[in-house]
Every structure is written in structure tokens, then in C-alpha cells.
Design a protein around this ligand. Sequence first.
Ligand SMILES: [Zn+2]
Ligand SMILES: [Zn+2]
Length: 242
Amino acid sequence: MNWAITLSLIIHWYLSLFCQTFYLHRYSSHGMFKMPYWLDRVFYLMTYILQGPSFLNPRAYALLHQAHHKYSDTEKDPHSPHFYPSIKKMMIKTFYDYHALVKNPVGERSDHYYPTWKTLDRFAESKIHTLFWIGLYLFLYQFVVDSPWQYIFLLVHFLMGPIQGATVNWFGHKVGYRNFSLPDQSRNTIPVDIFLMGELYQNNHHQFPMAQNFAKKWFEWDPTYPVIWVLKNLGLLKTQQS
Ligand SMILES: [Zn+2]
Ligand SMILES: [Zn+2]
């Protein structure tokens, strides 16, 4: 691995992760804040571009995630690690559940806004979409690799969204400490979550599902919250408190 690959992995990791936690999770799934329609489209497009071949449809993501909160760590939870022998098996099941919801978005709440973008959503499900992104990444990677074996790192770029999702779903409900005693198995995996931008505070988040700041103790830090705070103070996001 060289510095250019390291840098591209780090940049892609955090940009794609930001879209997942800010747009797909906190906004599309929970509706923690509202934004003007033009900004909603900007973040939708940003999520599509930054997740690329592993783009996660916001409406399907939201439906799956709402079920996760409703049935957390029971048999009806779409991805509780306590019902699967391995992270791989859990993600295969999640993959099928997610695609079923993309095709047939059942279970929508009438009081909730699910972002959709018909043309983009349809394109994102096509083979041309996948081939386009794989082709583009392959093209770009020729400028960063020093030897052919390094193309293996492309797999991380291709699967960025699911890798981040799997890490949160598995470790966030299996490994770590608890600030709150809840009927589910949610955990805060690490005290300072700089790797998943706050997503690994699952225990805090399950206790306060509508709290924009996932950190609760003095030593915890949710790196996504300052971004929300800035956007809120710029008047771009509206929350129940503001
Ligand atoms: Zn959870
Ligand atoms: Zn949530």
C-alpha cells in the first residue's frame, strides 16, 4: 500500500460514511431534522456519488432501519448479530431484505418523509450503474497503484456502504459498554468514535433515537454532530428544538 491508496481510502471512507450517518440514518430514517428540498436533492446526489457502486437507496435504508429500532435484537430485527453465526451471514440476509424493500417498499409510515428520486433510484438498480462505477474506479486506480496486487483495495471502495453498515450493526450490538439499560443488546463500542462518526454509540442512540448528538458522556464525541450544528446555525436545517 502506498500513500495515495491510503489517502484515497481514508477520504472515501469518511465522505461515504458522512452520507450514511447524516443523510441515510439521521435524516431519512429518523427525520431528526428537516431541510429545504434543494438541499435534500444535493445530499441525495452526494450520497449517490460518494457511495458509488454500493449506493444505498434512502427509502429502503430508512424502512430497514425503522424495523431495526422497532424490533431491536428480537427475531424480527432485520440485522441483529444475536441471531446469526457470522457477520457474513447477517449481511447476506440484510442484502436480500434491503433489495426486497427497494423493489417493494412496504411498511412506510404515513407521518414520515421518505426521500426518493425515481430516475436515479431506477438507474442505481441497473447493471450499467454498477459497470459504470467499477469502470471509473478501475480507471482512477491506475493513477494510484504502484503494482497490480494493490487493485485488491478496490474491493473496499466497491463495498464501502455495506462494510460500514455491517461494522455498526454487528459490533454496535455485540461489543462495548452500556450507558443505559435497555431491553435490546445495543452497545457503545468505543468511547471516542472517530472511526464510524458516532454510529458506534448504538446504546446511546437506542435510548434517545431522535437525539442529533449520539454522544452522551463527557468523554464521548460524535464527529457528525458539529456538522449538524453548523448547518443548523446557518439556517439550512430545521429541528424541533430550533
Ligand atoms: Zn442499533
Ligand atoms: Zn437509528
